[in-house]
Write a protein that binds this ligand. Sequence first.
Ligand SMILES: *[C@@H]1O[C@H](CO)[C@@H](O)[C@H](O)[C@H]1NC(C)=O
Length: 483
Amino acid sequence: MRRNVPPTGKMAPEKSVRLCAALLLSLSTAFAHVEDLDDTFKDNRADDIWLVKFYAPWCGYCRKLEPVWHEIGAELKSSGSSINVGKMDATAYSSVASEFGVRGYPTIKLLKGDLAYNYKGPRTKDDIIEFANRVAGPVVRSLPSRQMFEHILDRHGVVFVYIGGESTLKEKYIEVASELIVYTYFFSALEDAVPPTVTLQELPSVSVFKDGTYFLYDAYQHGELSSWVNKERFRGYLDIDAFTLYELAETGKLVAIAVVDEKVPTEEGARIKMLMQRVATEYRDQFSRDFQFGHMDGNDYINGLIMSEVPVPSIIVLNTSNDQYFLPLEQVESHEQMVEFINSVLDGTAQAQGGDSIFQRVKRVFYDARSTVMSVFRSSPLLGCFLFGLPLGIISLMCYGICTAEADDDSEDLDLLRREEEEEEEEEQRQRAEQQEEEEQRLRVEEEEQRQRVEGGEDDKEEEDEEEEEEEEEKSAMDKKVD
Ligand SMILES: *[C@@H]1O[C@H](CO)[C@@H](O)[C@H](O)[C@H]1NC(C)=O
């Protein structure tokens, strides 16, 4: 499942911080239990065993791990362990880090010979030291005596033991162990070291001791040894947290969970836990191949996984392969009803919900965004107001800007309309004025014409007068001539 991934920062090499950090840290390394590693580490580590934390200076989870890391260094040193503890700024020495396959921060690795073992469990001192001691030791530890055998069974919840002499099964067992030692212990014993309570039909054999009993590996029935070990490395009934669920996903099993509130235990909660435990042990043969059983404290994590709210207490089955989940249709009152529900999931009659369809993935994006916003507000309302208020403010300002801009456009349109109207009016006026002018012109022309007509009459007379004058002049001239 996507959300099961342990929290890590993202890889983003940043070199500016590195000088400063390196300088500061190199001053304090002289007496420290944790060595600061640089790019010479790869060539100098030789055959030593190293527990290394790859970190980034800006990563919050790394800073949280820092004090734990120093305690681990101090404890391993004081116990005389052969394990060296170091840390490397993976942003400063990114090429070395990527050679070790570092892809997130923090990454915890145990380096032993050519092999690098990843730690993926809870980041507590005891868990990490247990991991380091387990992986640093022999891949298969031998149990030389019956006492030793019994002591180991008392000490560990889940123990794999190879019983017998040299064989191809033993070679296979060592091969599987060298890979899966990151998860659990592997032992070997000769037949005479086996406690009398254990009866083995054939030798050599591989068994897992857990839940107060033991189970034999059968190649014909169980297939590959490694996949059998992977499925059997958990107790039948678990206290499940986010890290366990992440590890369980690798087994491909369905996970049946009693969701209860451990802080405020209720009778109903205790009852369904007991039912779950009972089915896990009594119906192991029937269900253990496909199911892992357990309980989980609180519904926060489950709610996040299924993007819905499960009641507390309640029962849920998760398919970690495809993000589907199953809920009983009615209250589970008896272990028979629980068995019935588990069977209905197994035979496909139970209604599956959720899943990893496109729709679910889109829903996931919105769900995650919403939970992020809500978790920020819950943990720090002020920061929330600032983080989301500021962009919201900017967005609303932008919206306001856009809206008013549109209003401007409208008024511009109106203006345009008005202007057009005005223009039309003006045009009309102008036309009217023109008409008037024309009229006036016409009138003026008529007047003129009239006047001209009147004047024309006078002119004629004048002309006549002139002619007469001319005639008279001519006459007079002729008269003069005649004279
Ligand atoms: C769980 O998911 C896997 C992968 O999609 C699928 O093959 C399997 O049938 C599912 N199991 C159930 C019980 O739905």
